[in-house]
Ligand binder design. Structure first.
Ligand SMILES: [Zn+2]
Ligand SMILES: [Zn+2]
Ligand SMILES: [Zn+2]
Ligand SMILES: [Zn+2]
Ligand SMILES: [Zn+2]
Length: 615
């Protein structure tokens, strides 16, 4: 099998969020695993310059990281199979190794000699395995066995079929088969059988029983062809195609003007193009290509001489150390709340909007971002459970590496879009936080946090974002859902950034909602329009009304995070969760009661109850 199997038309953004190193890609007839970065051809990955993001990545993964690069886009449709495009893709290998014949149920590893691979050179996604000598017909299809083992350290392994059916280690070399009994495909009806006579239902591989019936974790990283020495985590059975087999860990920044000079910013943004030029003549040539391809909008306003001067200045300036940011969001907040916010940068165009009158006592400013750019970098992944984000690198949960050894480059991608930034009134936030009901809510959420972290052997004194964050975050979700309902947006295409800090010297309380498309300067259009006061006021009112009642009430509104050691209060899929790609915190630290009155709690709400109808 080709080592660079194109995995279908995968966009770079999807690649990072779904098909990064270590992730399983479910193809129609086959399941493959994306290999580590050390197997990728980095020359096919164009560099991206985003100084702030690179610094943040280095803080997590070390100073040896030199570059951020865009993963290759694979094309399969309508491409000559011998052309270079056809070879573009990311390296993958078949995983799991166990296959099951759909006709006779024979269960064996793909290289056991029982199976043949049928490749379709014109449609790589049609590649499949067949059971060579199947008693029920020659060349019957074989499909991946749908069970795997994974652990919270990020290890992934084949399901231990022989161990499992023999109820422990065994030397039996019998042929295994997989069969279904009963009408439905529930796990109790799925069985593995050995021709020595042993058989066992897969129901005993899950839950509490699973911990007794499965072997210890072997520390396997199949994307690196490597086994870690020891692993103390309990492996769990996971199903192929389930969402918990891979969670990306990424860092993102908003591209903000970092200098007071538009040309300097353009040269920084386009440094990948200018880095190696040695003369004004070369600059002239580079500019021509850039302008022709609209690769650096805004640069056309400058002469080659001026650009060359800036390149020289940047090279000289390189000797000084880059600014050490302590926080990714603080500089963004500064720009977003600057009364003279830049309004005409290539990737950052803003205009002020009025505050909806009904909410003037709560909201200080609304800033419309007609154009914005976000850059994302993938730094690792977890399995079984979404990572618990933390700003403290020493406090990171176990995270699996993207390559063997220390990475010198990291996959990243840019998205362009538009957004609405809402800044809340600090006096309103402080008055709200001073109430007794808020302290009680805070204690409830903190109690859940402590329980959740204890259950995972994490330091419970860390990582709690506070009730200010939970309120802003929940409001953000309610508005995302309302925007989606109002305009038929897919909620997954709207993203959030929460700016929250209770430091009295320099507090932050704001949210940025934005659309982000990986291709072109694409945007779904219209988000900025919805940020205008008459629309935004109506949308907030609708969102608050809707949030007062959840279809899962009273269960949802009565939910106490302490009871089940969870990370949310009155919140669920029915009322305030959003798509995984929209949320910056994995749908954690949410509580409707902090935003608006609920069935159970009316005294913790930041907002007054909205009027029942619009007269
Ligand atoms: Zn067969
Ligand atoms: Zn046996
Ligand atoms: Zn493990
Ligand atoms: Zn709910
Ligand atoms: Zn969220």
């Amino acid at each position: 099998m080709s080592n660079h199997l194109p995995v279908g038309s995968v966009r770079p953004s999807q690649l990072l969020w779904t098909y990064g190193p270590g992730a399983l890609v479910d193809l129609p007839n086959l399941s493959v695993l994306t290999m580590g970065l050390d197997r990728w051809d980095q020359l096919r990955c164009a560099p991206i310059d985003e100084e702030r993001l690179l610094e943040a990545v280095r803080k997590q993964l070390g100073q040896q990281v030199e570059r951020l690069r865009v993963p290759p886009v694979s094309e399969t449709e309508g491409v000559d199979k011998f052309s270079p495009e056809a070879k573009i893709g990311v390296p993958v290998r078949p995983f799991p190794r166990w296959l099951r014949c759909v006709k006779c149920g024979t269960l064996a590893e793909f290289d056991s000699g029982l199976f043949d691979i049928k490749e379709n050179p014109y449609r790589p996604e049609d590649t499949r395995f067949v059971h060579k000598t199947c008693p029920h017909g020659h060349n019957a299809d074989a499909v991946p066995a749908r069970f795997l083992l994974a652990c919270r350290e990020g290890h992934l392994d084949d399901f231990p079929w022989r161990y499992y059916v023999h109820e422990g280690p065994s030397d039996c070399k019998g042929t295994l088969s997989f069969f279904e009994q009963g009408a439905s495909l529930q796990t109790e009806n799925l069985w593995v059988k050995c021709d020595c006579g042993k058989s066992r239902s897969l129901v005993h591989a899950f839950g509490k029983e699973g911990t007794k019936n499965l072997p210890v974790c072997r520390g396997r990283h199949p994307h690196l062809n490597h086994y870690d020495d020891c692993c103390k985590e309990q492996p769990r059975a996971v199903l192929l195609g389930s969402t918990n087999s891979w969670f990306s860990m990424s860092i993102s920044v908003l591209s903000i003007p970092s200098t007071g000079n538009a040309l300097e910013q353009l040269v920084n943004d386009g440094w990948a193009y200018f880095e190696d030029v040695t003369s004004v003549a070369e600059v002239q040539f580079t500019l021509k290509t850039l302008i022709k391809g609209s690769n650096l909008p805004g640069i056309e306003a400058y002469t080659p001489e001026a650009v060359w001067e800036q390149i020289v200045a940047k090279r000289d300036g390189k000797k000084t150390a880059p600014p050490q940011e302590t926080d990714i969001k603080r500089p963004e907040w500064k720009v977003l709340t600057d009364p003279k916010a830049p309004n005409n940068w290539p990737h950052f165009m803003t205009s002020k909007a009025g505050v909806p009158t009904a909410y003037a006592s709560k909201i200080q400013d609304v800033l419309l971002l007609d154009r914005l750019k976000e850059v994302n970098a993938l730094i690792g992944f977890t399995r079984v459970e979404a990572p618990e984000e933390s700003d403290d690198p020493n406090d990171r949960p176990p995270m699996a590496a993207l390559c063997r050894g220390k990475p010198t480059w990291i996959p990243a991608f840019e998205v362009h879009g538009e957004g609405i930034f809402i800044r809340f009134r600090e006096d309103a936030i402080c008055a709200w936080m001073g109430q007794k009901a808020i302290t009680q809510r805070d204690m409830m959420l903190l109690g859940g946090h402590v329980g959740w972290r204890h259950a995972r052997q994490l330091d419970a004194g860390k990582g709690y974002p506070g009730v200010r964050y939970a309120m802003l975050h929940t409001f953000s979700h309610l508005l995302i859902r309302e925007l989606a309902l109002e305009c038929g947006y897919n909620t997954a295409s709207i993203r959030e950034r929460i700016y929250s800090d209770g430091d009295p010297a320099d507090p932050m309380a704001g949210i940025l909602l934005y659309t982000a498309a990986a291709d072109s300067d694409g945007t779904l259009g219209g988000l900025v329009e919805l940020g205008k006061p008459e629309n935004l006021g109506r949308l907030i009112t609708q969102a608050l009304r809707r949030a007062a009642i959840c279809s899962s009430d009273p269960l949802c509104s009565e939910h106490d995070a302490r009871n089940d050691r969870s990370l949310h209060g009155a919140s669920c899929h029915g009322c305030s969760f959003v798509a995984e790609t929209s949320c910056e915190k994995g749908n954690r630290y949410l509580d409707r009661a902090l935003v608006t009155g609920t069935f159970e709690n009316t005294d913790a709400a930041f907002f007054d109850a909205p009027p029942l109808s619009d007269e």
